[in-house]
Design a protein around this ligand. Structure first.
Ligand SMILES: CC(=O)N[C@H]1[C@@H](OP(=O)(O)OP(=O)(O)OC[C@H]2O[C@@H](n3ccc(=O)[nH]c3=O)[C@H](O)[C@@H]2O)O[C@H](CO)[C@@H](O)[C@@H]1O
Ligand SMILES: C=C(OP(=O)(O)O)C(=O)O
Length: 442
């Protein structure tokens, strides 16, 4: 079993570069099976496990997919298959994003039903209601969801009960090749939706209103391949901003877009952190006197749930009581138990947690419970006494490129090791070696 070992106490300094956004590139790659003509070329693609998974889903549907030098090329001009098996959906829920494009182009799609996961039950009822409103028949059974339409989907007026990111993306993609106009009301406004709409419009779609709560799509008969640069990852950027803040460091987060990070910037400033918004990134300077604050996660432009656990790590180091209320997912506090192993004082009350700070965090062996929890535990390890060992790294690898290497380049004492012998597989920080770990264990 691989582990990341981090020794607390280093102040992070320097520049770190943010990759293309995972949550933008997954729907963009799924959308690249819509065109019946030409190749789609997608740049700034992060080298992540989730990208390999979505590429594999597309290959299994009969698309030609190449991935090299942060560029994915998709040729979906051959006749596609319309069924995506459980093997992929199990690895990555975002595999359900092929439903909309397949249904729109072929009138049929069958995808394994995603189950719940560590952060909540995560149903896809809103995606399916949208397809139904456009004339599709939905059948759920034997672990699959199957959607079928008699001819082209029909444009419809669809009101989402909540602004689901995935439902907005799936319905948006389905509507591009539908007959007539589709209006999605109360839709998600995330920057990743805007990026997807821009990509689809370059393919020949007719979409207006992405980024607002109403999107209008005029269906077209055919789409063609195009070229696209994916937006920078606001959650990776936010994670490094917290890394700078928690260590009292001085870090320039290159490519971070401040207009996508308003709530994170506001909360860091409230906590006493200095944040300079620059044209090509965000400069963060920490403080020795972090102040407590409160956060409520909400759909964009509210505070992102994907930054909740990282902010919890920071609040543990702040003077006073902080409260986090999680309104997006019903079960996204699994990391609290792991923080407690590091001496955190956190109480859970329904959908809120109450954090008493500052505490002297202690190194411990902790398990990542989801992708962002993995990052948050490493952030806590950056300031904990002694060594923190983080396991279940498959979560981290879904969403962070070279996380250990990037932190080490900023001065962290961090390394990644294999199995229980802790033989160093990447000796990143000169101060952490097999010998130093063995000495500490004696
Ligand atoms: C690949 C990707 O982009 N993932 C992001 C996406 O996930 P995802 O698209 O799955 O998140 P949604 O916005 O759909 O989910 C928000 C809430 O709506 C509920 N819901 C959703 C769909 C549905 O049909 N029925 C329903 O009840 C979910 O259970 C959840 O409680 O947005 C989340 C919220 O910002 C982020 O945390 C994820 O990182
Ligand atoms: C929850 C996340 O992703 P996913 O929706 O792919 O599980 C995330 O990126 O934090």
């Amino acid at each position: 079993m691989e582990k990341i070992i981090v020794k607390g106490g280093k102040v992070l300094k320097g520049t770190v570069k943010v990759e293309g956004a995972k949550n933008a590139v997954l729907p963009v790659i799924a959308a690249s099976i819509l065109p019946s003509k030409g190749t789609s070329v997608i740049h700034d693609v992060p080298v992540l496990a989730d990208v390999f998974t979505i590429n594999e889903v597309l290959r299994n549907l009969n698309a030609d997919v190449e991935f090299a030098d942060n560029t994915v090329k998709v040729d979906a001009t051959k006749r596609m298959l319309t069924e995506a098996p459980f093997e992929y959906v199990r690895q990555m829920r975002a595999s359900v994003l092929v439903l909309g494009p397949l249904l729109s182009r072929y009138g049929h799609a069958k995808v394994a039903m995603p189950g719940g996961c560590a952060i909540g039950s995560r149903p896809i009822d809103l995606h399916l209601k949208g397809f139904e409103a456009m004339g599709a028949e939905i059948h759920v059974g034997n672990g699959f969801v199957e959607a079928r339409s008699n001819g082209r989907l029909k444009g419809a007026k669809i009101y989402l009960d909540m602004p689901s990111v995935g439902a907005t993306e799936n319905i948006l993609m389905a509507a591009t090749l539908a007959e007539g106009q589709t209006i999605i009301e109360n839709c998600a406004k995330e920057p990743e939706i805007v990026d997807l709409a821009n990509f689809l419009n370059k393919m020949g779609a007719n979409i207006v209103g992405a980024g607002t709560e109403t999107i209008r799509i005029e269906g077209v008969e055919e789409l063609h391949g195009t070229e696209h640069n994916v937006i920078p990852d606001r959650i990776e950027a936010g994670t490094f901003m917290v890394a700078a803040a928690i260590t009292g460091g001085d870090v320039f987060v290159k490519n971070a877009m401040s207009e996508h990070l308003r709530p994170v910037i506001a909360k860091l400033r409230e906590m006493g952190v200095t944040v300079y918004e620059k044209e090509n990134g965000i400069h963060v300077i920490g403080t020795k006197e972090l102040k407590s604050t409160d956060i409520k996660t909400l759909p964009y432009p509210g505070f992102p749930t994907d930054m909740q656990s990282q902010m919890m790590a920071l609040m543990l180091c702040a003077e006073g009581t902080s409260v986090i209320t999680e309104t997006v997912f019903e079960n996204r506090f699994m990391h609290v138990e792991e923080f407690r192993r590091m001496n955190a004082k956190i109480k859970i009350e329904g959908r809120s947690v109450i954090i008493e700070g500052p505490v002297k965090l202690q190194g411990a062996e902790v398990a990542a419970t989801d992708l962002r929890a993995a990052a948050a535990l490493i952030l806590a390890g950056l300031v904990a006494e002694n060594y923190t060992r983080v396991t279940e790294l498959k979560h981290l690898d879904r969403g962070y490129v070279d996380f250990v290497e990037k932190l080490a380049a900023l001065g962290a004492d961090i390394t990644r090791v294999d199995d229980e012998k802790e033989k160093v597989i990447k000796s990143i920080s000169p101060s952490i070696t097999t010998d130093s770990i063995a000495a500490e264990l004696q």
